[in-house]
Design a protein around this ligand. Structure first.
Ligand code: HEC
Ligand code: HEC
Length: 496
């Protein structure tokens, strides 16, 4: 939270106020679509810190100090010390801080190599077997870092990322002659880079980060609204949906025993923020234990390998059985306090969405119309209204987090999965429609503006032209547009 925030809010309120009083004929009250995160969740900020601001609720309801402490847990590195702040990194970790993968709180950058210490490398390695299941000797989010004398499950210096050219059915050309280029990653890791047993066949792909801002607003949408969206799209019959996800027996069970349909991550694997990607990452990315996660994020196969390693035994001065028991213990002391965890979750649920910009511009309005005409809005549903927002979560955070009841928000996603059928595409083929809000500020907030689940698209046009499968009709309509109409559509995307 930066002082600029107060200044900008102050300024925008002042501007609205002065327009209202000084010049009643030219009254310029911003239309609701400027408030991407609703009145309670939007910040008017176009600076490089636009993704990092607290919502008005954080200020008004006395969460400001907790937010600041929580922010540090996201931004700063954890270390392997046994005492002090942000301690407890390891024995193995994916990264030592969240922000390494979520630069400027946004999406990661496209990378040509895999270095887990490189700022902006938001890639997770997705290592799967012949049935497209995660390889069970590795964690779902495989680690490449370790604390001495342990070895990382994967030696990252041997990971190769190659970017290959792809030519689509249009020969990468619009009818007016303008061309575009499409590239996609192919990743290889030689067998010798693994410090755990591997199956005969394995495949490696990349999955990049999604923005963090606004996930608290998404959390405030009722489960029923998501199920209604699923039913609505189902009745349209345009395309297949991942029906199994909406059978209540497949809902995601939370630590408080309630169950919810998925709404976060490409894989829709998380149903609430309290058990969301962030709440999990603060434990499993760093392997920092807390009172309700008193165990390591490692596999049995890894613990066996390390416990059986004579060098590690001699360095630790412990026998194999002791090392194994310590690594697999479900009763480890908490490295993060409950108070820190609550602050972290206040920060997480307290992040605002930057307001939309230039919505009154003629080209932007035309672009909005084109977005609708092309059928983009079927999946990129413009707005949702949050519910009463009274899900309180597990005991640690119960009734301690900012709330956003009855807000009209503009994330531009249906929160459902679709099959876009890309060459070397995402695991399972199902991918949640990514929220488009705030993405126009990506360049200034994160230093990069790539798109799609592995950051293969270097701009909006490439992102749209990669839409295939169930989004092919929309892509074809975009392809047929005049240059002026395509530019207007992109300008609209940059403004929301
Ligand atoms: C290894 C890089 C990496 C690190 C470090 C990391 N994340 Fe992520 N994060 C990802 C990836 C990749 C995704 C998309 C995952 C998916 O769909 O499965 C993601 C998704 C998310 C999302 C979901 C957004 C949405 O719309 O569904 C949130 C929230 C999030 N991360 C928060 C955090 C927080 C908080 C931390 C630190 C505690 C963190 N992440 C650390 C890689 C990372
Ligand atoms: C059938 C559903 C569907 C339709 C129709 C659709 N999209 Fe998408 N869109 C998706 C999904 C799913 C993703 C995520 C794909 C991925 O990351 O691999 C996505 C991703 C995107 C992204 C990249 C988001 C990011 O930052 O990673 C953009 C931009 C986008 N869509 C724009 C459009 C536009 C413009 C149209 C209309 C021409 C459109 N989409 C039509 C489902 C759809």
């Amino acid at each position: 939270m930066k002082s600029k925030y107060h200044y900008l809010i102050g300024l925008s309120v002042l501007l609205m106020f002065s327009c209202k009083t000084d010049n009643p004929n030219k009254e310029k009250i911003l239309s609701e679509e400027y408030y991407s995160g609703g009145v309670l969740g939007t910040v008017f900020d176009e600076t490089p810190l636009a993704y990092e601001q607290p919502t008005p609720v954080v200020e008004e309801q006395g969460f400001a100090v907790a937010f600041k402490f929580g922010e540090a847990l996201f931004e700063k590195e954890f270390n392997s010390n046994a005492t002090g702040v942000r301690r407890g990194l390891g024995p193995v970790s994916v990264r030592s801080s969240c922000i390494t993968c979520h630069p400027g709180y946004g999406h990661g950058k496209r990378m040509t190599r895999y270095n887990s210490h490189e700022y902006g490398n938001g890639y997770l390695l997705v290592v799967t077997d012949e049935n497209d299941n995660y390889v069970s000797s590795l964690t779902g989010m495989p680690q490449t870092q370790s604390v001495y004398p342990f070895l990382p499950p994967i030696d990252e210096s041997q990971i190769q990322i190659n970017w290959l050219e792809h030519t689509d059915s249009y020969g990468n050309r619009f009818p007016d002659g303008e061309t575009y280029s499409l590239i996609y990653p192919e990743v290889t890791i030689p067998r010798g880079a693994f410090n755990v047993p591997m199956p005969d066949y394995y495949k490696v792909r990349l999955e990049a980060t999604i923005g963090i801002y606004g996930t608290g607003l998404i959390d405030a949408i009722d489960d029923d609204s998501i199920i209604a969206q699923y039913r609505r799209e189902k009745s349209l019959g345009y395309f297949a949906l991942n029906d199994a996800k909406y059978q209540s027996e497949n809902f995601i069970v939370e630590s408080d025993g309630t169950s919810h349909p998925g709404r976060y991550t490409y894989g829709l694997t998380r149903g609430t923020l309290q058990n969301g990607p962030g709440a999990n990452a603060i434990w499993n990315i760093t392997n920092v234990t807390r009172s309700n996660r008193a165990y390591n994020y490692i596999t049995v196969a890894y613990a066996k390998e390390m416990a059986g390693n004579t060098f590690i035994q001699s360095e630790l001065g412990k026998d194999s059985a002791t090392i194994y028991a310590e690594l697999m213990s479900t009763n480890l002391p908490a490295e993060m306090t409950d108070e820190d965890y609550v602050n972290f979750m206040v920060w997480h649920r307290g992040l605002a969405v930057p307001a939309a910009r230039s919505m009154d511009d003629k080209a932007v309005q035309k672009g909005k119309e084109n977005f609708k005409q092309a059928g983009c809005t079927v999946c990129h549903r413009p707005s949702w209204t949050t519910g009463a927002d009274n899900y309180s979560g597990d005991n640690l955070v119960k009734n301690k987090l900012p709330r956003y009841p009855h807000q009209k928000i503009y994330p531009y996603t249906d929160l459902l999965q679709h099959k876009l059928d890309m060459v070397n595409g995402i695991r399972t083929g199902w991918c949640r429609t990514t929220p488009l809000w705030g993405r126009g500020l990506s360049e200034i907030c994160t230093g990069a503006s790539e798109h799609l689940h592995d950051m293969r698209a270097r701009n909006y046009v490439e992102a749209i032209m990669w839409h295939s499968g169930d989004a092919a009709t929309a892509r074809d309509k975009f392809h047929k547009m005049s240059k002026e109409d395509r530019d207007a559509l992109v300008k609209f995307l940059q403004s929301i």
